[in-house]
Design a protein around this ligand. Structure first.
Ligand code: R5P
Length: 267
């Protein structure tokens, strides 16, 4: 367990840059993730770990790649279905072991119609993970009508930790430090919908880290950026090198120019 967990949260600084590319499991071919392999490949060298489903892992990641895998194992619903919260566990523990994953990820929907079902899923997954030493990441508050404030997110993260999750993912909010304080396990943040300005992503990352986040599990704000490699490098500089927003933005601008040049040459 500890060995696998240390592949997710770096033991030297207690932080992580997890690249999320699991969106297709309920959103379908999301913009800029239509061909996952194309999105993932240039970003892999800068990701500490990769969060995805087994379908994308099998088809779009070279098995010789040594990046730690965070396998999403909940789903069976879609954006046009009856209710997003009606999830089940979609992958057996045996398959997760066969795929040599470092962590399992599952959504919980606190306060929604299928709250009980998703929390029971988490408890079952933790039991299975504990049997084989595989940590579990609980993903909170995905959904359309969630009020993402410290009270709700704090509740969702605490419930996840109490049920045995080893790590929780939530959203940044005002008084985020309260969410972190109330969680018995490390908290990482999702990026959410693409933000308008590049610097906003860096500010979000910086504030979350300053207020106690152990890192990011970020998707759209990286790969929907016009300069995804520059963006992941800049986010990384905040998470692992304690860069300020200004320092990270300067890095982004420099890397963006490199990325622009290399795209032009490739074309
Ligand atoms: C949502 O269900 C997925 O788990 C995403 O991985 C998560 O929301 C993080 O991605 P983003 O930064 O795009 O919000």
């Amino acid at each position: 367990m500890k060995n696998r967990f240390s592949r997710i949260i770096r033991p030297d600084d207690g932080r992580c840059v997890m690249l999320a590319v699991d969106h297709g499991y309920f959103l379908g071919p999301t913009e800029k993730l239509e061909v996952p392999q194309r999105t993932i490949k240039p970003l892999l060298p800068y990701a500490d770990s990769l969060m995805l489903t087994r379908g994308v892992l099998r088809t779009s990641v070279n098995p010789s790649t040594n990046v730690p895998i965070v396998l999403r194992v909940s789903g069976a619903t879609s954006i046009v279905g009856e209710d997003l919260s009606k999830e089940t566990i979609t992958t057996s523990i045996e398959d997760a072991i066969k795929l040599n994953v470092s962590c399992l990820a599952i959504s919980i929907f606190v306060g929604s119609k299928y709250e009980h079902q998703t929390l029971a899923n988490l408890a079952t997954l933790v039991d299975n993970g504990e049997k084989y030493g595989i940590p579990v990441l609980a993903v909170t508050a995905v959904g359309k009508e969630m009020v993402r404030d410290a009270r709700y997110l704090g509740l969702a993260c605490r419930v996840a930790g109490e049920l045995g999750a080893h790590l929780v993912k939530t959203y940044y909010c005002e008084h985020f430090e309260k969410v972190v304080e109330g969680s018995p396990v490390p908290v990482i943040i999702a990026g959410g919908k693409k933000l308008e300005k590049d610097v906003d992503v860096l500010e979000l990352t910086f504030n979350a880290i300053r207020e106690g986040a152990a890192g990011v599990d970020m998707g759209r704000n990286i790969w929907q950026s016009e300069y995804p490699v520059a963006m992941i490098k800049a986010v990384r500089s905040i998470v692992h090198e304690n860069f300020s927003v200004k320092e990270a933005y300067d890095l982004f601008v420099k890397e963006k120019n490199n990325e622009r040049k290399s795209t032009t040459i490739t074309r």
